[in-house]
Design a protein around this ligand. Structure first.
Ligand code: SAM
Length: 321
């Protein structure tokens, strides 16, 4: 195990190194994934249906433990999230108590937390970990214990993070959650971040912002996507703005389609993890251009009024003027 811990520490130092971009760290993120797979109690059974164990919550779908484990196979995404979380924590280190991180939706590997546990001592950093699926939480807890990091976790909580009440006096300094799908559809990222951030308004959010734009897919890998502007943003400022929104939807922007529409419109998901660490178009599965719901055929020049539908099937929707 000493060799494994030395490997994890070295990987953590590399991934947290602000001089390197996430794109330079995909090798380390792959090595990290192999390390957690070697020690995890969760078996990835290729014959098992991937969605077996998925839950439909009042705020969206919580993916199954196996699907959550497979997220670790997207190395650029892992590198960006781990580096962003490491920077957010480093900026909040203090002498009088550990930095408190609330990790909502850890999956079976607690992949975003483990490298930070190797970098910081329990006196510097404490996690509260929330996960809806008992199987994933048990696996994450066992992996953390195997690697000797139990002292870094103040609470393992099996609960719906979108309904979680933060105990008095335990407001986190950082809230991290990676419970999203393309264009913030299906999964409960919006509801989770909203619920937790209003209870800890001073906390840094990781990711800091997820913005969905309307545009068109790129024509070739060398070209950018066409971008007609943002339709919805999830960040600390928008969460504050939604304070008075009590209904089943959140406001988005209106966009007029161009007069010439040679390709169908697409939703483009851009993620600012922290500072200048971003996941842009095509960087990972979350950033793939997505057809509008219902794949409507739209007239050039039409105006689309977007809104975000909350509930068990969350996602962007629009009305035509
Ligand atoms: C994409 S996976 C996260 C993987 C994790 N970031 C990692 O690196 O391994 C999302 C996880 O969040 C959990 N989850 C989804 N919605 C949740 C909710 N409302 N409350 C608690 N956990 C939730 C899922 O069960 C799943 O394990």
């Amino acid at each position: 195990m000493r060799d494994e811990l030395a490997e994890l520490s070295e990987l953590a130092r590399a991934i947290a190194d602000a001089q390197r971009t996430p794109a330079m760290l995909t090798g380390q993120a792959q090595q990290l994934r192999r390390l957690v797979e070697r020690h995890s109690s969760l078996a990835i059974d290729a014959t098992q249906h991937m969605t077996e164990g998925e839950s439909i919550l009042p705020s969206g779908s919580a993916i199954s433990p196996v699907q959550a484990a497979l997220c670790a196979r997207e190395p650029l995404r892992s590198a960006a999230f781990i580096q962003g979380l490491a920077q957010a924590v480093t900026q909040r280190l203090r002498d009088d108590r550990p930095v408190r991180v609330l990790y909502a939706g850890c999956g079976p590997y607690a992949l975003l937390a483990l490298p930070l546990m190797a970098l910081f001592s329990p006196r510097q950093l404490q996690f509260s970990i929330i996960e809806i699926h008992q199987e994933a939480l048990v696996a994450a807890r066992a992996l953390i214990a195997t690697l000797g990091f139990t002292g870094h976790v103040s609470d393992f909580i099996c609960a719906d993070a979108a309904a979680y009440r933060i105990p008095a006096g335990a407001a986190p300094d950082v809230i991290v959650s990676e419970t999203m799908n393309t264009a913030l559809g299906k999964e409960p990222q919006v509801a989770i971040m909203r619920t937790l951030a209003v209870q800890a308004p001073g906390a840094a959010l990781v990711p800091a912002a997820v913005t969905v734009h309307l545009g068109q897919a790129r024509r070739s890998p060398a070209e950018p996507c066409s971008d007609w502007g943002p339709v919805f943003t999830l960040d600390a400022a928008s969460i504050r703005d939604w304070e008075q929104e009590k209904g089943s939807s959140l406001p988005g922007a209106s966009i007029r389609l161009p007069e010439v529409l040679d390709q169908p419109p697409r939703l483009l998901t851009r993620i600012r993890v922290h500072g200048d660490i971003v996941l842009g178009d095509y960087d990972c599965s979350l950033n793939l251009p997505l057809a509008l719901p219902g794949k409507p055929s739209l007239e050039p020049g039409s105006v689309l009024h977007f809104y975000y539908r909350l509930g068990s099937e969350p996602g962007l929707a629009f009305q035509l003027q």
